[in-house]
Design a protein around this ligand. Structure first.
Ligand SMILES: Cc1cc2nc3c(=O)[nH]c(=O)nc-3n(C[C@H](O)[C@H](O)[C@H](O)COP(=O)(O)OP(=O)(O)OC[C@H]3O[C@@H](n4cnc5c(N)ncnc54)[C@H](O)[C@@H]3O)c2cc1C
Ligand code: FES
Length: 360
């Protein structure tokens, strides 16, 4: 089974952003441009030297309608399979299999909006924010964008040239703040550089002092970076009475928690699950502790998925009958949960009448 969710795209160019990060620029298909919103991610499907296939999610740093190519930026992870493979082996002219962009972490713009868009990024978490800030600065002329971006040092700032140029171009409409945990130079004379970590005090002080934002009552926050940083920011925003409905976050990695390590609440017997995919119905026999996605992949069913960690929603399906339990459902919105959507990479059937519609 296959669907047009999948495409093979040609690499136009690879740009080295920092010593451990590259950006891959992919040509759009000739006849049908791939649509996406700022903040969404592509799934890259890559083979290692033994022919084993892996899927990984990478946020698009390109901006819809502004950039002619699709671009993803990949930072090496120590010991990581795909991030190192991509950094070491890709070259212009190569082809990459992708699953089309999806994701709930999106910024939608409107020319009449007059608001303060606050972006907090850490390390490779800048990627979706880069796309967002480009569309916001271009399509919301009455809004102000603030980016607070933390990295280890000056050399690890991804997109530094592009960010500095955007600051030059948009002046008062773009507040750009770098927070370096281990700077290599003295930052005391540089207005937009700070040394240290993003602490509660830093966030409160910074938000209070950001220029040109006092008259903007509407605020919206996007966070993408290490879990600890995002938790500190969420707690601080809650302390200063920012509604949590206006705070959006994207996790690139599943945090290791005690809960993740404990035995999951699953059924102790095999269960039958029906899955509707591309209009066809297939039946799975799901063993205890296996997820619905595991069982489908064991049967070589071409289910959509990406992170397999409950972070990205690529494996989302609508549960139209029966009961399932999920290990984690962080990535689904409250509305999706109420409607009955589940993540097949996290879901275990509890009853024998479970039916999942992957086309819904
Ligand atoms: C929605 C979404 C968007 C993403 N966007 C991007 C992006 O734009 N750019 C980007 O570089 N990555 C992004 N990622 C992460 C990316 O999908 C991969 O997880 C990452 O490249 C590591 O893959 P790997 O195969 O190299 O490592 P793996 O072989 O999968 O992992 C190796 C080990 O390292 C651990 N690990 C992985 N990453 C980290 C980390 N940062 N810190 C500590 N331990 C880690 C893993 O848990 C594992 O134990 C995104 C992830 C999601 C879910
Ligand atoms: S594959 Fe990413 S949430 Fe299931």
């Amino acid at each position: 089974m296959s669907s047009n969710r999948y495409q093979t795209l040609k690499i136009k160019e690879i740009v080295k952003e920092t010593s451990d990060t590259i950006t891959i620029h992919l040509k759009q298909p000739l006849f049908r441009k791939i649509p996406y919103y700022a903040g969404q991610f592509l799934t890259l499907i890559v083979k290692d030297t033994n022919g084993k296939k892996y899927r990984r999610a990478y946020s698009l740093c390109s901006a819809p309608h502004l950039d002619s190519m699709l671009a993803v930026t990949i930072k090496r992870v120590e010991g990581g399979i795909v991030s190192n493979l991509l950094n070491d082996t890709l070259k212009a002219g190569d082809k990459l299999e992708i699953m089309e962009p999806i994701g709930n972490f999106v910024l939608r713009t409107h020319p009449d909006n007059k608001r303060h868009i606050v972006l907090f990024g850490g390390g490779s978490g800048i990627t979706p924010l880069m796309s967002m800030l480009k569309v916001a600065l271009s399509y919301e002329q009455n809004s102000v964008v603030s980016l607070i971006y933390t990295c280890r040092n000056e050399e690890s700032i991804i997109f530094k040239n592009q960010l500095d140029k955007l600051k030059e171009k948009h002046g008062d409409r773009f507040n750009l703040i770098y927070v370096l945990t281990q700077p290599k130079t003295d930052l005391s004379n540089q207005d937009n550089y700070f040394e240290g970590r993003i602490s509660k005090e830093f966030i409160k002080n910074t938000l209070e002092k950001l220029p040109n934002t006092n008259n903007l009552e509407d605020k919206i926050f996007y966070l993408c970076g290490p879990e600890g940083m995002m938790e500190t920011i969420q707690e601080t925003l809650s302390e200063i009475n920012i509604s949590k409905d206006t705070v959006h976050k994207e996790n690139f990695f599943a945090p290791v928690t005690e809960e993740n390590n404990t035995e999951k609440n699953t059924s102790d017997s095999r269960k039958t699950v029906k899955v509707v995919l591309n209009g066809e119905e297939v039946e799975l026999n799901v063993a205890p502790k296996k997820t619905i996605l595991d069982a489908a992949l064991d049967d070589e069913i071409d289910m959509p998925y990406s992170c397999q960690s409950g972070l990205c929603t690529a494996c989302r399906g609508l549960c139209t009958s029966g009961k399932v339990t999920m290990d984690s459902n962080e990535a689904l919105s409250e509305a999706e949960i109420i409607e009955g959507y589940i993540l097949t990479c996290q879901a275990h059937p509890l009853t024998d009448d479970v039916k999942i519609d992957m086309d819904a």
